[in-house]
Design a protein. Structure first.
Lengths: 142, 389
């Protein structure tokens, strides 16, 4: 990936910025120029919920060339609290701990390092919700 | 049923690892075979379907390159690119061209040479056919997306993975009798379950392999068909439809809406009911996509596709024979060539040349070629010349 593209996609990747339709309220990620639900062209940037639940997941064992270092890694289909579904790596857990429906939260992680430019790409990944306070025992991921 | 175009010649190379041959070598072989079968007519236009030659073979501008290599000097030529739907989309463009009503043959070729790069690079390039903002960020591969659909399907319909992969078993059984297939041998469910995991639960023998190949067709106007050859095959419908590229956004992730739309339009254009179709070629990069295709075509209710597999209905001799020459899993899936391979194999069936895999009394065949998980679907309906008015 080129440096300009990397820079351009920062809102999308760091802060989960998507689009909300000013006319019908539908929310999308990645951003959209035209609303497929109502046809409106008036969409505004919106920061999506950083929490969601797991719908399904897989473990990628045959990875693309630039992500081979992370192999094997978990990719989940996550439904955010705003109803938007995103694809994301699921980290800080083993596949055996994952169940459809479990709560996840966004965290900023390294995505990959680009060979020619040397740019390190960061972005959201999801992890099981960390519960703080007395009910969470020793603060271990649930 | 009325013909949009007539196929007067069809040819292809064997799908495989053609280390010693270039992209252009393969395309030329397929085109020359098709042209010879059609009696070497004067060609006025060429359409080339290819998914990724710039990235995989360091070569672009394939249309002019192939026209030049075939010494078709001065002709119109265009390249069509839509990931692994490039082949059928090129055929669609060729059919549109034929409908202009001009004299002379239109040549269409699908070609892909995937073995010029290593497997992880193939995986990466395939992710470009989806919305790369999502695929690259999450690292989800195309088999990975199929794995998510498989998991959703198994959960919603209480299906077993062992039943789902019967689709791959069917492909291999048919590929065993196809001289151009990449994997011409039968497999069992145990073969699939014993192969390595690619993206859980999907295993290697549930995924289309990496291969090189080219296939070509010669098309003419229907009124020229009989002059050109003894056994033309009619194209009676050629339709294209799109869906949300990002599968996460689809209302129902287990509905291939682009196929549903394209098939509906195609059958309407042909004036046919689905039960009039003798056999089907569907786009099964993995088994789940084959099953969702059967359901989108209306051959089974949602969630009931696996029953067709279990009951042997998609086998030759069944109610809806599918992927009769091996499909993407058995014949192979050289991305931009696949749509034309499907058409070439359909021509064999409709001319009665499918050998041991011949579907008895085959009159109408339907082929479905799509990009990735159905962002674009192309549906073609072909018929024996005798049944076309």
């Amino acid at each position: 990936m080129s440096v300009p593209r990397f820079w351009r996609e920062i809102p999308h990747k760091y802060r989960l910025v998507g689009s909300r339709c000013r006319s019908c309220g539908a929310v999308y990620h990645p951003r959209r120029p035209v609303c497929p639900s109502c046809g409106s062209r008036e969409l505004e940037d919106v920061r999506l919920s950083q929490k969601g639940r797991l719908l399904a997941f897989t473990v990628i064992r045959r990875a693309p060339s630039d992500m081979a270092d992370f192999r094997p890694y978990i990719v989940g289909l996550v439904e955010l609290e705003d109803g938007v579904r995103v694809l994301s790596q699921i980290v800080d857990c083993d596949p055996g701990e994952l169940r459809p429906g479990m709560e996840l939260e966004a965290t900023l992680r390294r995505i990959r390092v680009h060979g020619s430019s040397g740019v390190i790409e960061y972005g959201y990944k999801f992890r099981p919700v960390i519960k703080w306070g007395p009910e969470a025992g020793e603060g271990k991921a649930e | 049923m009325k013909a949009l175009a007539a196929i007067t010649g069809a040819g292809c190379t064997k799908v495989g690892e053609h280390w010693e041959r270039s992209l252009l070598d393969l395309a030329v072989e397929a085109c020359l075979r098709a042209l010879e079968e059609a009696g070497n007519p004067p060609v006025r236009a060429l359409y080339v379907g290819n998914a990724a030659s710039e990235l995989v073979n360091e070569q672009g501008n394939l249309a002019a390159l192939l026209a030049d290599a075939l010494a078709l000097e001065g002709i119109k030529a265009a390249e069509v690119r839509a990931g692994d739907a490039s082949g059928a989309l090129a055929l669609h463009q060729a059919c549109l061209d034929v409908s202009l009503g001009q004299e002379g043959a239109v040549l269409v070729c699908g070609v892909e040479k995937m073995t010029d790069v290593m497997a992880p690079e193939v995986e990466r390039v395939q992710m470009l056919f989806e919305d790369s903002r999502s695929t690259f960020h999450s690292g989800v591969t195309v088999p990975g997306l199929c794995a998510l659909l498989t998991a959703l399907y198994m959960e919603r319909y209480k299906a077993s993975y062992e039943d789902i992969v019967l689709f791959a078993v069917n492909d291999h059984r048919n590929a065993a009798n196809n001289p151009c297939a990449q994997y011409p041998f039968p497999i069992t469910v145990e073969t699939v379950m014993g192969s390595p995991l690619v993206a859980d639960p999907i295993r290697l023998f549930d995924t289309a392999g990496i291969g090189d190949g080219a296939a070509a067709l010669v098309l003419t106007r229907p009124e020229e068909a009989r002059k050109a050859c003894d056994a033309p095959v009619a194209v009676v419908a050629s339709e294209v439809a799109t869906d949300r590229v990002n599968v996460c956004e689809r209302e129902d992730l287990l509905c291939l809406r682009s196929l549903r739309l394209a098939a509906k339009r195609a059958l309407k254009r042909a004036g046919l009911e689905i039960n009039r179709v003798s056999f089907f070629e569907v786009h099964n990069t993995t088994s789940i996509l084959g099953i969702l295709a059967l359901e989108a075509l209306g051959l089974a209710e949602p969630g009931r596709g696996v029953e067709l597999l279990r009951e042997g209905e998609i086998a030759i001799g069944g109610r809806c024979p599918t992927n009769t020459m091996g499909g993407l899993k058995g014949r192979g899936h050289p991305w931009g060539a696949t749509g034309i391979y499907q058409a070439v194999e359909t021509v064999w069936q409709l001319r009665g040349e499918a050998g041991k895999n011949q579907v008895e009394g085959a009159e109408v065949g339907l082929a479905h070629n799509m990009c990735g998980l159905g962002s674009i679907s192309c549906v073609h309906v072909f018929a024996r010349w005798e049944v076309v008015s």
